[in-house]
Design a protein around this ligand. Sequence first.
Ligand SMILES: C[S@@+](CC[C@H](N)C(=O)[O-])C[C@H]1O[C@@H](n2cnc3c(N)ncnc32)[C@H](O)[C@@H]1O
Length: 255
Amino acid sequence: MAKWWSEFNDDFRSHEIPYFQRFIESDGQPALDVACGTGRLLLPYLRAGLDVDGCDVSADMIAACREKATREGFSPNLYVQPMHELDLPRRYKTIYVCGAFGLGSNREQDFQALSCFYEYLEPGGTLLLDNEVPYADASQWKYWLKDDRAALPEAMRPPGERRRASDGAEYALRSRAVDLDPLGQHVTLEMHAEMWRDGTLESEEDHTLNIGLYFKNELLLMLERTGFTNIVVHGEHTEREPTSDDDFMVFVATK
Ligand SMILES: C[S@@+](CC[C@H](N)C(=O)[O-])C[C@H]1O[C@@H](n2cnc3c(N)ncnc32)[C@H](O)[C@@H]1O
């Protein structure tokens, strides 16, 4: 899974990189990249000379991130920690979370994560938290309705396209929704990853991923309850007000 991210996701949603970068550059260092993955954002920021640390719950993701950073001559502070149990040696002027809030956690842990972000920000520091709205994906949104939900779990999809990575192996990734709970507001996905070499399946991984589904007003209340102030919401990683047509929102909040 980490290899897939490391190899094929660097160019994914590239407009997000300058969006967060502007906040870090305007008196926002040091910064913490929460759930940094394999460094899609962190590495461009290191290249730009910014002081950014990273953390991620996955040791594989952090190892891939470290390897890429080392290859370019960087040695960032990287920590294997879940965002709701941060234990870090310094405080930050900016903490950003991109594509990860609500992943693999429950609501209580998500609240704990917000408290951790608050604790690890310097007074006056900025939290940037993005969220994909639950109605962004039509194929999943239908499962909020009782009759459509009866079709879950989805059938396993046919094997995905295999993509060749720099190590010569081919990787394939597929997922399916197995459950959606509209009352608890979470969806459960099963992910299947394969690694092939010379036409032979060398290894495969299966993961079950629980994803919390949050709406705008709910996240605003959660941030307020945690103690954040001056909360502004941006649409689609741009510094403008969100609209109903936006799939992503970014919550910008001050400690
Ligand atoms: C969709 S990827 C995004 C990675 C990176 N932020 C980016 O935008 O490229 C989600 C990342 O969140 C990490 N993650 C998931 N749950 C987490 C948690 N509870 N605490 C910290 N990291 C988590 C995963 O290991 C993965 O690296």
